[in-house]
Design a protein around this ligand. Structure first.
Ligand SMILES: Nc1ncnc2c1ncn2[C@@H]1O[C@H](COP(=O)(O)OP(=O)(O)O)[C@@H](O)[C@H]1O
Ligand SMILES: [Mg+2]
Length: 290
């Protein structure tokens, strides 16, 4: 049945069946964050060490989440996360009350803390992803959490919760992305803003080598060039922003270790584009590179 696959693909499947997966397949968590430039890491560390909150700004797949995780590890903290959506409400941030039964089967009301209250009371890092996806009326609740007060009144218990000194907030925002609203000024005012660009050049080559199955330096260089071309085209408005996602590029590199790069790029990048014009644009770049 597998006769028409390449030898490499057959070996991959056998390895999978015998649980001899390429190391990186299980290991993406362990991939270290590679900052696009050192000032980014330094500025983030200084701001957090001085008790400030960070807002990471940048398109999808620039490594914002990875950056926040790396900072959390540097500060030897645990992280609580919130993924914002239009449905995000006070309960999903702060927690909610629920009925439960104690040992004597007596009914009691217990409070299940949410990510914000948990991070505050335990002095952890709070990561708020896509903060501008939340409904504008939900976020003002965080104003007091993020400024000198470092408190929030729990609307369900009326307790005033004060954050432990090690509590920090890192939020991420993809400005201008469909479905997002501009972050209100009062909230923005409470953050130090860090623009997170796509990693490029030598750093990107290092990331590909470290975290994908593609190890051939010639091909890695071509993917670095492809990424540069895609980033330029998204900034020029010729391609939708998602086309330059490092996540998709790494997927394409992974597949390319086994199947022809053009096919890999087709599956990982081209097919995600909405417009035919964009698809042929990327195909043209790929033809000149591979
Ligand atoms: N600078 C970087 N260092 C390490 N990994 C990165 C970097 N940029 C992107 N990645 C990888 O790309 C993928 C997307 O990153 P992620 O942090 O989820 O992006 P974002 O949160 O900006 O959408 C992840 O697999 C991540 O490991
Ligand atoms: Mg993310």
């Amino acid at each position: 049945m597998n006769n028409h696959f390449s030898t490499k693909t057959k070996t991959l499947l056998e390895d999978y069946q015998q649980q001899r997966l390429p190391q990186h397949v299980n290991n993406n968590q362990a991939t270290t964050y590679i900052p696009p430039d050192q000032s980014l890491m330094e500025d983030a560390i200084v701001a957090l060490a001085m008790g400030k909150n960070l807002l990471l700004k940048g398109p999808t797949g620039t490594g914002k989440t990875k950056f926040a995780e790396a900072l959390t590890v540097r500060f030897q903290q645990a992280m609580e996360s919130v993924n914002c959506s239009i449905d995000l409400d006070a309960e999903s941030l702060l927690g909610f009350k629920t009925l439960s039964y104690d040992e004597d089967q007596k009914q009691q009301i217990t409070f299940i803390p949410g990510p914000v209250t948990k991070a505050m009371t335990n002095g952890r890092f709070l990561y708020i992803d896509e903060i501008n996806m939340a409904k504008p009326e939900t976020l003002p609740l965080l104003n007091g959490v993020l400024d000198y007060r470092r408190t929030v009144t729990n609307p369900f218990t009326n307790d005033v919760i004060t954050a432990k000194s090690s509590f920090r907030t890192i939020a991420a925002i993809n400005e201008g992305y469909i479905g997002t609203v501009p972050l209100n000024e009062a909230l923005k005012n409470r953050f130090i803003i860090i623009d997170v660009p796509y990693i490029q050049g030598e750093q990107l080559a290092e990331l590909i080598k470290q975290s994908t199955a593609l190890q051939d330096d010639t091909y890695i260089q071509r993917f670095v060039q492809l990424s540069a071309d895609l980033v330029r085209a998204t900034t020029d408005g010729r391609l939708a922003e998602d086309a330059a996602s490092i996540r998709a590029l790494l997927d394409a590199c992974d597949l390319s270790a086994y199947i022809p790069p053009a096919r890999a790029i087709h599956r990982a990048i081209v097919e995600k584009l909405d417009e035919d014009r964009e698809k042929s644009f990327v195909k043209n770049i790929v033809e000149t590179l591979f």
